[in-house]
Design a protein around this ligand. Structure first.
Ligand SMILES: NC(=O)c1ccc[n+]([C@@H]2O[C@H](COP(=O)([O-])OP(=O)(O)OC[C@H]3O[C@@H](n4cnc5c(N)ncnc54)[C@H](O)[C@@H]3O)[C@@H](O)[C@H]2O)c1
Length: 258
C-alpha cells in the first residue's frame, strides 16, 4: 500500500542517520511532507536532498535546546502550514557504570532523551489541538522498559520515562484527536549501535535474538509508520516492541532444543 500519509506533514527529529533516517524515508515514501530535524546538518541536509524538495526539507536543531525546538516548529509551520505527525527519535546511549557516572553524564542523557522529548511534544500540541488531529510517535527502547545490561542506568531510566510520558500524554490528548504511542526497538544495526563496539559483541547480540539477526532501521520505521497512520486511529498510550523476539527467551540456551 502507498499513500498512507498522503497530505500529512511530519516532523522527524533525530533523522540524519540510523532509525530516524528510515522513519523519514518511510513517511516520505507514503506521501508525507517530511521535515527532518537534527543537530547533524551535513547528514540531515544530504537526506533532504536525496528525498527531494517536494517531499522533504531539513532544519538544524539540537533537541535539548529549548530555542532550537521552538525554531524547528516555527519553521515547520512557515514551510508547510501544519504539523500532523511528530516522530521524536533523537536519543543518545553512552555507557557508564553507576558508581563511575558523573552528574554531567546523567544530566546530558536526560536532557536529550527525556527533556527533548517533552519539549518537542509540548511545542506541537497547540498546533495539533487546533487541527483536532495529531500523531505523536516516540522512539523508546526495550532497554529500561523490559531488559537492561550494566552501564545503561541513565539511558534505561530515560526510556522507561518515555513510556510513562507516552501514557500521560495519551490521556491528556485523547479528547483532542491526538494519539500518542511509541516504538521499542531491540538491537538495531545503526552507526550509533556499532560505534565503539567490537565485532564479537555484535555477534553475541545476534546470538541472543531468536530471529538470529539484528533489526534494520526499516523494521522499526515500519512500526512507526503504522502508529503515524490512520490505520492506528484507535490506538493510544502504547508501544510496539520491534526486537526479533529478543525479550522472550527464558534462558540463554534457548536454541538448544529438546
Ligand atoms: N540502534 C539501536 O539498537 C536502538 C535500540 C533501541 C532504541 N534505540 C533508539 O533509537 C533512536 C535512534 O537510535 P540510532 O541507533 O538510530 O542512533 P544514531 O546515533 O545512529 O542516530 C541518532 C540521530 O539522532 C541525532 N541526535 C542525537 N542527539 C541529538 C540532539 N541532541 N539533537 C538533535 N539530534 C540529535 C543524531 O545526530 C543522529 O542523526 C534513539 O532514541 C535510540 O535510543 C536504538
Amino acid at each position: 500500500m502507498t499513500g498512507r500519509l498522503s497530505n500529512r506533514v511530519a516532523v522527524v527529529i533525530g533523522a540524519a542517520q540510523g532509525i530516524g533516517t528510515a522513519i523519514a524515508e518511510r513517511f516520505a515514501e507514503e506521501g508525507a511532507f517530511t521535515i527532518i530535524g537534527d543537530m547533524n546538518a551535513e547528514k540531515g541536509q544530504a537526506l533532504a536532498d536525496r528525498l527531494g524538495a517536494r517531499r522533504a526539507c531539513f532544519f538544524e536543531a539540537e533537541i535539548s535546546r529549548e530555542e532550537d525546538v521552538a525554531a524547528l516548529f516555527d519553521f515547520a509551520v512557515k514551510k508547510a502550514g501544519r504539523v500532523d505527525i511528530l516522530a521524536q527519535n533523537a536519543g543518545i546511549y553512552p555507557l557508564s557504570m553507576i558508581e563511575d557516572a558523573t552528574r554531567e553524564h546523567w544530566e546530558r542523557v536526560f536532557a536529550v532523551n527525556m527533556t527533548g522529548t517533552f519539549m518537542a511534544a509540548r511545542a506541537c500540541i497547540p498546533l495539533m489541538k487546533a487541527q483536532k488531529y495529531g500523531r505523536l510517535v516516540f522512539t523508546s527502547s526495550i532497554t529500561g522498559t523490559r531488559v537492561v545490561n550494566p552501564g545503561h542506568s541513565a539511558y534505561a531510566a530515560t526510556k522507561a520515562g518515555i513510556n510513562g510520558f507516552i501514557k500521560a500524554a495519551a490521556v491528556e490528548l485523547a479528547c483532542h484527536g491526538i494519539t500518542v504511542n511509541g516504538v521499542e526497538p531491540g538491537n538495531i544495526l545503526t552507526d550509533g549501535l556499532t560505534a565503539g563496539r567490537t565485532v564479537e559483541y555484535i555477534h553475541a547480540m545476534e546470538e541472543s535474538i531468536p530471529m538470529g539477526r539484528l533489526g534494520t532501521p526499516r523494521d522499526v520505521a515500519n512500526a512507526a509508520l503504522f502508529l503515524a497512520s490512520d490505520e492506528a486511529s484507535y490506538i493510544t498510550g502504547t508501544t510496539i516492541v520491534v526486537d526479533g523476539g529478543q525479550v522472550l527467551p527464558e534462558s540463554k540456551d534457548f536454541n538448544a532444543g529438546l
